[in-house]
Design a protein around this ligand. Structure first.
Ligand SMILES: [Zn+2]
Ligand SMILES: [Zn+2]
Ligand SMILES: [Zn+2]
Length: 432
């Protein structure tokens, strides 16, 4: 096994494997960069990004056979062929019926990689892909069903090019990938694809993380967002940290099968401000508040379930508006459930190209976001960025530049000054 300077794998008390530093790291410093062991571009992003290196640019060249995958150049196309060939002819053969899930597509690639790989890859300096936890024994029925349907898809769409291991091994692989896979997101936190980074999977979760993960092409980069002392454990957050302690831990248990013991989960110091209730002369009863919180969690779930249907945008917006009105009788505008729905509403407005409405929702998010998220949060930089870009398209130059600069201040630390995003941002700020 290799190593990375300044870092070591260790047994973290109560957490199993973990990663810690052997030297000090300052805020903004890169701990390490990890190439993807395997990655897959989301179907929706085809044509906007190179299928191989995830480079975003115009005028990518399409694969001559399937006319679906696109590439920077012949070099990227050639390099991607061992993976793309799994899908190229199958997409032609199945036509519209070709619909494997993203995790299924990724697992197909991992199977090929495992077979062809002779040496330990540069993504496995501290932990190998086979060592990633599968949590197979913790899987509930719902999760098991999803995995079974993924396996069925794998057989349906990939049988021509793959030799499958036995069922149990496949189940375990799907489970490993769903617990350890990373969503690759762009600077606005839009989903670009999924990838596996074994070395990064070594890092445990905390709701008060000292590092942050960003992506450069298909590589993951881990940078310090707090000063880290020699001997400190490295933590990232696996989840959106906006929500109160119970919600965060429900999410962690559902997706990763553990309960967080971090300082914030113990003190719950932010919960009250996150669940802020309206101040009225006659205080709102506790039961009313509890009921509304239950309603909010249900509304969020329902919205998530119907979000994928883009043909019902008006209905989606209505769901947001109705729930905001209902919750608004009990919750402050800065309550995280209100913020959640405003954020969703902003997204729907963007889809409908209603820029004015999107800006209206975005403006409401800025202040509470800057209070509830940590100052170097990507959720915060992405909202500055989205809003800044919206102002720029509306020719509100000074408002736009102000927002873009705020985004840039965070991204310089989180993504590093040399990231391509910085160059793009500088150009946007300079434009008239
Ligand atoms: Zn490329
Ligand atoms: Zn093709
Ligand atoms: Zn926690």
């Amino acid at each position: 096994m290799g190593s990375i300077k300044g870092l070591e794998r260790f047994d973290s008390p109560g957490k199993g494997r973990g990663l810690r530093v052997t030297k000090a790291f300052k805020v903004g410093e890169l701990l390490f960069s990890c190439p993807a062991y395997s990655s897959v571009l989301a179907v929706e992003e085809r044509g906007s990004f190179c299928e191989f290196c995830f480079n975003r640019k115009q005028g990518l060249a399409r694969c001559g056979k399937c006319k679906k995958a696109s590439y920077c150049n012949a070099k990227c196309q050639k390099a991607d062929w061992p993976m793309h060939k799994l899908e190229c002819s199958a997409m032609i053969a199945f036509g519209e019926k070709w619909c494997p899930s993203e995790i299924c597509r990724l697992v197909a690639r991992i199977l090929v990689k495992k077979k062809s790989q002779k040496e330990i890859s540069s993504s496995e300096k501290m932990m190998q892909v086979g060592e990633m936890q599968s949590h197979l024994e913790d899987m509930d029925n719902k999760r098991r069903e999803i995995s079974e349907s993924d396996i069925a898809q794998l057989h349906q769409f990939y049988s021509k090019h793959l030799d499958f291991p036995d069922h149990q091994e496949l189940l375990s692989l799907f489970s490993q990938v769903s617990c350890n896979g990373f969503t690759i997101e762009d600077e606005e936190l839009s989903h670009l694809g999924t990838a596996v980074y074994p070395d990064v999977a070594l890092i445990n979760h905390s709701c008060l993380p000292n590092t942050i993960i960003t992506f450069n092409g298909t590589s993951a980069e881990i940078r310090a967002v707090k000063d880290i002392k020699p001997g400190d454990e490295v933590f990232i957050s696996y989840i959106d940290l906006l929500y109160p302690t119970d919600d965060r831990n429900n999410r962690l248990r559902e997706s990763y099968y553990f309960t967080c013991q971090c300082q914030e989960c113990q003190s719950r110091s932010q919960d009250k401000v996150k669940l802020k209730v309206r101040k009225r002369s006659d205080p709102i009863e506790e039961e009313v508040v509890n009921n509304m919180e239950r309603y909010a969690r249900k509304a969020i779930k329902e919205f998530r379930a119907s979000k994928h249907y883009r043909n019902i945008l008006f209905e989606l917006l209505e769901i947001c508006e109705q729930s905001l009105e209902k919750m608004g009788s009990v919750f402050e505008d800065s309550n995280v459930y209100m913020l959640h729905m405003m954020y969703q509403a902003m997204g729907v407005c963007l889809y409908m190209q209603d820029i004015d409405e999107a800006i209206k929702y975005g403006e409401k998010l800025i202040k509470p976001y800057s209070q509830l998220y940590s100052p170097l949060s990507l959720n915060l930089s992405s909202i500055y960025l989205k809003l800044g870009r919206l102002y720029m398209t509306m020719d509100s130059h000074s408002a736009g530049v102000k927002m873009l600069k705020k985004a840039m201040a965070i991204m310089e630390v989180a993504h590093g000054k040399d990231h391509l995003y910085m160059e793009e941002l500088r150009k946007e700020i300079a434009q008239k």
